[in-house]
Write a protein that binds this ligand. Structure first.
Ligand code: COA
Length: 151
């Protein structure tokens, strides 16, 4: 599996078909709710399988919210979601954020708990789907960025 990080301009056309398949077709989320203004300002991640096909995506908003975590159904249970999540968590940590937050569908809570997230809200409905807020906080600062001695 290969992960790419980039802007919506760079990766949106690759990420969108996965989001449409998972959220709109599979889960019935209205198209109008699926696309929003945050895509343009978020860091996006896509996962490709060994054949180069895009099988998963997620995004990191500037304020540290991770969202739109989606893996195509046939590719689930193989570590794709975990890898996407950890890549975006690392990106947030390297930006100096001390915590990342997300709105988790209730069924996915154990998936996020395995990555160190804890539930921090009562359940609520979003797009007709039960959600809870979850948070991951780092207790250590992000590692220093290694720079070339001559830079
Ligand atoms: N319930 C319980 N555990 C789950 C789980 C679930 N729904 N989904 C994954 N896990 C566990 C796995 O068993 C694995 O555990 P391990 O570390 O002990 O082996 C770990 O979480 C990582 O799983 P992984 O294979 O990386 O997850 P995935 O690639 O299947 O992706 C989702 C997980 C939730 C992203 C994927 O199921 C998905 O796209 N679902 C539909 C869209 C969705 O609901 N997105 C979340 C919105 S909040």
């Amino acid at each position: 599996m290969n992960i790419e990080l980039g802007s919506w301009d760079a990766l949106g056309a690759l990420a969108l078909p996965v989001r449409l398949a998972v959220f709109v077709q599979e889960q019935g989320v209205p198209m109008a709710l699926e696309l929003d203004e945050w895509d343009a300002v978020s860091l996006h991640a896509i996962a490709r399988n060994t054949q180069g096909a895009v099988i998963g995506t997620a995004r990191l908003l500037p304020d540290g919210h991770i969202g739109r975590m989606a893996v195509l159904a046939p590719a689930r249970g193989q570590g794709v979601g975990r890898t996407l999540l950890h890549c975006l968590m690392d990106a947030a940590h390297k930006r100096g954020l001390t915590q990342v937050l997300l709105s988790a569908q209730q069924h996915a809570v154990p998936f996020y708990e395995r990555a160190g997230f804890v539930v921090c809200s009562a359940p609520y409905l979003d797009a007709g789907i039960a959600h809870v807020d979850m948070r991951h906080t780092w207790t250590t600062p992000s590692p220093p960025t290694t720079t070339h001695p001559g830079s």
